[in-house]
Design a protein around this ligand. Structure first.
Ligand code: G4P
Length: 279
């Protein structure tokens, strides 16, 4: 998911969700488990107030497991259904289906009371670019990727897909939300995880942010990656550390190149499993 950064999209995506809201029984909000706050869209809370709502902390394979546990508890305590997920490697969505059924139970009970034989729960998925929405939709539809057909009120070109659970259907087009991007730190966090385009910030600024952050919260990880022991790292200021790392990695004084490399490694969790919003 690479999409240009401008507000037109933000409104369009919001409207798409709002337009379909009457037809949606459960909204799945996908967050990046490395950024449970920074990858949230402030507008979603208004939308989901009206609907049962599930939070997926996706890419949990890349996030710090202790932090994921804390964030899961935090969101649960706020009354949400929460699931941490690795949609890239986990093909079994049965836990997600179970949670969807819990979230949609009220609607199902109503329909059953009215005499419906096979009531269906209809879910929509929303989240910022690159958080794994398409991957999750594909996992949910599995081999039964059949289009159910357009229904009145559904935005043109959108349709419901059968999932591998016959009681659950999903809107084929995810709602793309924009992160709030309220301050530069949030921007750096999003950029570090590849949630916003690489041309919005300079790689060296993002790498410098990451060095500061890791020094404060994940010193062991930084030490391993930098190939300096912790005591040595404490001797350097951030800039000198970046230059020393650049040299250690045989890139002379090309810290731009080193920054790009460091970000690539970070995004693949080669600096370890790191969460950038600390709970
Ligand atoms: P989107 O629809 O929300 O925009 O996201 P999409 O499913 O396209 O996923 C974006 C990238 O994230 C994909 O990688 C996908 O494989 C990866 N991804 C999705 N879920 C997970 C997960 O749980 N864990 C991990 N590690 N990766 C996940 P890609 O196509 O290679 O794109 P990119 O990595 O080059 O951006």
């Amino acid at each position: 998911g690479t999409i240009q950064w401008y507000p037109g999209h933000m409104n369009k995506a919001k409207n798409q969700l709002e337009d379909n809201l009457d037809l949606i029984d459960v909204i799945i909000e996908v967050l990046d488990a490395r950024l449970p706050l920074s990858s949230r869209n402030p507008m979603i809370s208004n939308l989901v107030k009206k609907k049962p709502h599930i939070i997926i902390l996706n890419k949990s394979d890349l996030a710090d497991p202790l932090q994921t546990k804390r964030w899961t508890r935090y969101f649960q305590e706020q009354g949400n259904f929460v699931l941490s997920l690795d949609a890239q490697h986990n093909t079994n969505m049965s836990t997600l289906f179970k949670i969807i059924k819990l979230a949609g139970k009220e609607k199902i009970d109503k329909l059953v009371a009215k005499g419906a034989a096979h009531p269906t729960i209809r879910v929509a998925i929303a989240g910022i670019p690159n958080c794994g929405k398409s991957t999750i939709i594909n996992r949910m539809i599995g081999r039964n990727a059949a289009i159910v057909g357009d229904k009145p009120g559904v935005t043109k070109g959108q349709s419901w897909l059968k999932t591998s659970n016959s009681d659950i259907q999903i809107l084929d087009t995810p709602g793309i939300l924009w992160p709030k991007f309220s301050d530069q730190v949030v921007g750096y966090k999003l950029a570090a995880c590849g949630a916003i385009k690489d041309n919005i910030f300079h790689a060296d600024d993002v790498a410098m942010f990451l060095i500061k952050f890791l020094r404060e919260h994940y010193l062991n990880n930084l030490s391993n990656f930098a190939r300096f022991d912790k005591e040595a790292i404490e001797q350097f200021n951030d800039i000198d550390l970046m230059l020393a790392m650049t040299q250690k990695y045989g890139m002379r004084d090309d810290y731009d190149r080193f920054s790009v490399y460091m970000l690539q490694r970070f995004r693949k969790a080669k600096l370890g499993r790191v969460t950038l919003d600390i709970k």
